[in-house]
Design a binder for this molecule. Structure first.
Ligand code: C5P
Length: 222
């Protein structure tokens, strides 16, 4: 029997990362942060000064990434070519480059099997944009998390400040809106809820409220 998957898709800053991590911890399930894979690909490209529109070269880079995810005190530690890049992949520069490389079909294809390999017993929480629409079509529970762009910009701002990074709220909002537009309008795997997904607006919900609600839904499907 294949392991169960809870897919959590939605725009950046809707709380998917934190919520996915907390649910995975509560259930003792594996965690896939698919956005990290696009961010790592983007960082690898920036490091070797690879043009962000050379699809063939970027797909080859994505297919050959030497990356590992290790458990850490404050979430998963990301290692690229032996270097810890957990902080570096969260910068706006890398996030912006990630959404550009993620629009390229061959890059997405190159990362597909790597994502599916995360599906192992006892289960997987998969966080991203196309987890329910492309990567794990047969997931027993698909959730689409949203929140207003303003609320998401505020959350990202607090997150960056807490991590000791500089941030500007107005430019964060603009970047979030630009990234939303790019993610929803791209021709391949555009950001949208799966037909069988449950949509949850988190603008006025706390993180523990969302976590409890999703665990309850999962138990109902179980
Ligand atoms: O979720 P996160 O902000 O880390 O993702 C970075 C970028 O990677 C997103 O803006 C999006 O363009 C892309 N992405 C994607 N498909 C996924 C996860 C992320 O296209 N499953």
């Amino acid at each position: 029997m294949t392991a169960p998957v809870l897919t959590i898709d939605g725009p950046g800053g809707a709380g998917k990362g934190t919520i996915s991590r907390l649910i995975a911890e509560r259930l003792g399930w594996h965690l896939l942060d698919s956005g990290a894979l696009y961010r790592i690909t983007a960082l690898a490209a920036l490091r070797c000064e690879q043009a962000l529109d050379d699809e063939a070269a970027l797909a080859a880079l994505a297919a050959g990434l030497d990356v590992s995810f290790l458990p850490g005190d404050s979430g998963v530690r990301v290692i690229l070519d032996g270097d810890e890049v957990s902080g570096e992949i969260r910068t706006e520069t890398v996030g912006d480059a990630a959404s550009r490389v993620a629009a390229l079909p061959r890059v997405r294809e190159a990362l597909l099997q790597r994502q599916r390999d995360f599906r192992q017993a006892p289960g997987l929480v998969a966080d991203g944009r196309d987890m329910g629409t492309v990567v794990f079509l047969d997931a027993p529970l698909k959730v689409f998390l949203t929140a207003s762009a303003e609320e998401r910009a505020q959350r990202r701002y607090r997150q960056l400040r807490e991590a000791g990074l500089s941030a500007n709220l107005t430019s964060l909002l603009k970047e979030i809106q630009a990234r939303d537009a790019r993610d929803t309008q791209r021709s391949v795997a555009p950001l949208k809820p799966a037909d069988d997904a449950i949509t949850l607006d988190t603008t006025r919900l706390t993180i523990p409220e969302v976590v409890d609600r999703l665990i309850e839904l999962l138990a109902q499907r179980g």
